[in-house]
Ligand binder design. Structure first.
Ligand SMILES: Nc1ncnc2c1ncn2[C@@H]1O[C@H](COP(=O)(O)OP(=O)(O)OP(=O)(O)O)[C@@H](O)[C@H]1O
Length: 231
């Protein structure tokens, strides 16, 4: 993306961002609440009006209809039907996407919900519901997954399992953009984008970031960048 500028509700939320993401990377988008992570993700999936700039996703303009099957997006709020079972939800989304019914079993296994397939979503825990949304996004094998805070509310074991899954997906060539305000998740990312007030403070690997800032972890690196006022 080049020269990206976004205005929401009359306020400039992203003044200008240049960014390129390579295929098969797990990219962590880290930053405090309100820093613009969700807005940037909305731009990439093509649901956000932009004031200026060009955004190209998998070689096409963001939001292009051909990207519908190529890009999976999971928002912070679970986007599945509470009164349907896990499997019914996934079959419904598979039909919309034109995905094979067998794909439902694959994604159920991927998020470790095969044993809950017949349960109504309304009876699931918050973390289980998030995993149903993630399973829906995995249908049709998208090449880019945009995941907005997928680990919020998950216990450490589930968080680790999800990050393991992200790593396995990336190993098959899927690109993942994963936002988090939990800085310690940075260790699981190939590359980090640190965001603050709609701007990228850093675009680097974890070792590069720690070396550049002379800090022991991302939390301190972030603070050093904010206090140093730049890259
Ligand atoms: N519909 C809207 N109208 C006006 N301003 C908005 C709107 N949505 C978001 N904003 C503002 O845009 C900025 C970036 O919000 P965004 O949701 O992208 O941040 P975020 O980093 O994803 O935060 P969080 O981690 O809390 O979800 C914030 O200042 C927010 O108040």
């Amino acid at each position: 993306m080049a020269g990206l500028r976004v205005v929401r509700g009359g306020a400039v939320v992203i003044p200008g961002i240049e960014l390129t993401v390579a295929a098969g990377e797990v990219v962590g988008l880290l930053g405090p609440s309100g820093s613009g992570k969700s807005t940037l993700m909305r731009v990439i999936v093509g649901v956000q009006v932009v004031a200026a700039g060009t955004v190209s996703v998998l070689g096409r303009p963001a939001g292009h209809p051909a990207l519908r099957r190529e890009v999976g997006y999971v928002t912070q709020a679970p986007s599945v039907y509470p009164d349907l079972s896990v499997a019914e939800n996934l079959h419904y989304f598979a039909t919309l996407l034109g995905a094979d019914a067998a794909d439902v079993d694959r994604v159920l296994d991927a998020v470790d919900l095969a044993s809950s397939a017949t349960r109504r979503v309304s009876t699931l825990s918050g973390g289980e519901r998030s995993r149903v949304s993630l399973a829906a996004a995995l249908l049709g094998s998208p090449r880019l997954l945009v995941l907005d805070e997928p680990t919020v509310g998950l216990d450490p074991v589930l968080r680790r399992d999800l990050w393991d899954l992200f790593g396995r997906l990336a190993a098959t060539g899927v690109t993942l953009l994963v936002s988090s305000h939990v800085m310690d998740e940075a260790v699981r990312c190939d590359r980090l984008l640190l965001m603050r007030a709609g701007a990228l403070l850093a675009d680097a690997t974890l070792p590069e970031l720690l070396e550049r800032t002379g800090t022991p972890d991302v939390e301190h690196a972030f603070l050093a960048l904010v206090e140093g006022g730049g890259r």
